[in-house]
Design a protein around this ligand. Structure first.
Ligand SMILES: *Cc1c(COP(=O)(O)O)cnc(C)c1O
Ligand code: SF4
Length: 338
């Protein structure tokens, strides 16, 4: 059985790797030699939000360690089923800012396009775990009306591909969409927010580099890394390729209890990002989404961690500590004292 897994995990293209992702709790526990006592809680939680772990990410998880910071991000646990006051299905009130299927327009000059409903990995803390993605699927005709919206809103200067994970969409479609957007003269920048280059590094391939750099739009990729163990050689090589193609790369993280809620880890992450020439961008406080309360780090602990980071890191390696407040016109910087 293990031999077969090994053969299947020989890197090929990203779509093959994506299709080979682990989707069963049994298999995950077995691969990582974890105690079967975790099984029943995990199976129950997975019925609400399925388990999904791509193999290149699995390979970075330590065996036999139920506290591994990468495992904690993907293993369903019983606590997800607890009801905790203040943790809701749509904490960001995105439903109210959805003027058209596939669009979230909350910030004046930046607009999110929900380009793909799917993700390559299911992060247990994700604020989108309850988002009605199936309603966001659309055909080219519907994209035309999203493009009309962008044309009509001349205050926009940046389009952000979001999801789900936008890079779960195929390059042919992304190339078409980018080409269409590049013909709208008030749009200057294209930004892609994706975790795929981290969880399946082979996603950074020629086709992706082609459409990202082919138009006059200035390309930026914001990746999502929470812990330095997520960066292995393949991830580093992918990030390097992006920069060789003059794509600016930033990182955002979520502050997560049991994953990265200590200054030492976050300092190591910033240093590792610097080695990869990636700029730390945001450190988000958790959005209060139902099922994720056990990841919450309270604001006073967060600012204490942040002060410890500030004492050690140069300003350019310090991400901005932010939270998202529904109805605000931008992310809210969390006040810190030093
Ligand atoms: C985070 C976010 C953006 C981008 O915000 P920046 O501060 O420019 O990174 C845009 N629109 C929405 C709805 C967002 O949540
Ligand atoms: S949207 Fe991002 S954080 Fe949420 S599950 Fe997908 S990859 Fe993870």
């Amino acid at each position: 059985m293990r031999d077969q897994t090994q053969i299947l995990s020989i890197p090929s293209n990203w779509k093959t790797e994506l299709s080979q992702s682990l989707k069963s709790v049994d298999e995950l526990l077995d691969c990582l030699q974890l105690d079967a006592s975790l099984l029943s809680g995990a199976q129950r939680a997975a019925m609400e939000f399925p388990l999904q772990v791509p193999r290149p990410y699995l390979a970075r998880i330590r065996h036999g360690d139920p506290q591994d910071p990468l495992l904690t991000q993907v293993l369903p646990v019983q606590q997800e089923l607890d009801t905790v006051e203040g943790f809701d299905d749509d904490p960001l009130d995105e439903a109210a800012h959805n003027p058209h299927p596939g669009i979230v327009h909350k910030y004046r000059n930046r607009l999110l396009l929900i380009v793909s409903p799917a993700c390559a990995i299911n992060c247990r803390y994700c604020f989108r775990r309850h988002f009605p993605y199936q309603q966001q699927r659309q055909n080219r005709q519907q994209w035309q009306s999203a493009l009309d919206y962008i044309r009509q809103h001349r205050e926009l200067n940046e389009i952000i591909y979001s999801g789900g994970d936008p890079l779960a969409a195929n390059d042919k479609f992304l190339g078409w969409l980018t080409e269409q957007i590049s013909q709208i003269s008030h749009i200057k920048r294209l930004r892609v927010h994706s975790r795929l280059p981290i969880v399946i590094p082979s996603r950074i391939d020629d086709e992706l580099l082609q459409w990202m750099t082919a138009s006059r739009l200035q390309p930026t990729l914001v990746v999502h890394i929470n812990h330095p163990n997520e960066i292995d050689d393949a991830v580093e090589a992918g990030l390097h390729r992006l920069q060789e193609n003059r794509i600016r790369v930033f990182n955002q993280s979520v502050l997560l209890k049991g994953v990265n809620d200590c200054a030492e880890t976050l300092i190591a992450l910033s240093e590792r990002l610097y080695d990869c020439r990636v700029n730390p961008y945001y450190l988000h406080l958790l959005d209060p989404v139902k099922g994720a309360a056990h990841f919450d780090v309270c604001e006073s602990r967060a600012t204490q961690i942040y002060a410890e980071m500030q004492a050690v890191l140069p300003g350019f390696l310090l991400p901005r500590l932010v939270r998202e407040v529904p109805g605000k016109a931008a992310k809210t910087i969390v006040a810190t004292t030093l």
